[in-house]
Design a protein. Structure first.
Length: 237
């Protein structure tokens, strides 16, 4: 459910990015592509953190404690939420540049390979093999598709800083997932209202933390947004 919400960023970007790829200079295409990846990545990391914190309590109140697969399985699904969605976004935007047939064949090959590896992982590792298969298949496809898309949008401006921001986001988000995984191990007896409130709080706080920590542009944007909020003057002036 969380991944479907995050993937709305991908679905909303196709038409605008297709128009941009056909009409804008390559440097602008690269800039928007990297910004979309950053936005989706930060949102996915924040959603994965929230899922990691509340999942055990959510499973307990929803279907029963016996259905909880353990902290390792929760962590693997959190990582899968981030990686597989990032891979899908890159493929989606690659197809938006006009490479519809090639991108679709690549997406089909990734899906078939993931199914085969999931079946093998299930036999060898049990249920943990399912998210592991998704992660292991999506990572190389993500790298390849990113390279091909960047080649299509080749320009004198390599956007090196934007790519470093993506790397920092992955590192910072991974660190937050590890820390929250340890911190959430004792959260097992929360009620519905507490789960929803805590999940929302973790999502918003992690989203802001990753934006502020990874991207100077995002920090400036958030500061500008705060300045636009009308403040009521107090009676004391």
């Amino acid at each position: 459910m969380g991944k479907n919400l995050v993937d709305m960023i991908s679905f909303a970007s196709y038409g605008g990015f297709a128009h941009l790829a056909a009409a804008a200079p390559p440097a602008e295409v690269r800039r928007v592509y990297l910004e979309l990846r950053f936005l989706r990545l930060v949102t996915a990391m924040a959603m994965a953190c929230a899922f990691l914190v509340v999942n055990q309590s959510l499973v307990r109140v929803w279907v029963g404690e016996a259905a909880f697969g353990g902290s390792l399985l929760t962590g693997l699904f959190a990582v899968q939420l981030v990686v597989t969605g990032d891979s899908y976004l890159v493929n989606y935007l690659y197809r938006a540049t006009g490479a519809v047939e090639r991108g679709s064949w690549i997406l089909a090959a990734e899906a078939l390979l993931r199914l085969a590896l999931m079946a093998a992982g299930m036999r060898l590792l049990g249920v943990h093999g399912v998210p592991m298969a998704g992660i292991l298949v999506s990572l190389p496809f993500l790298v390849w598709m990113d390279r091909w898309l960047m080649e299509l949008a080749a320009s004198p401006s390599p956007q090196a800083e934007s790519r470093r921001i993506l790397g920092r986001t992955y590192l910072q988000g991974g660190g937050l997932l590890i820390l929250l995984g340890y911190a959430a191990s004792g959260l097992t007896n929360l009620g519905w209202l507490t789960i929803l409130a805590l999940g929302a709080l973790v999502f918003v706080s992690m989203f802001l933390a990753l934006c502020l920590g990874a991207s100077p542009g995002a920090r400036a944007g958030l500061v500008s947004l705060v300045k636009l909020i009308p403040l009521r003057r107090s009676p004391c002036g």
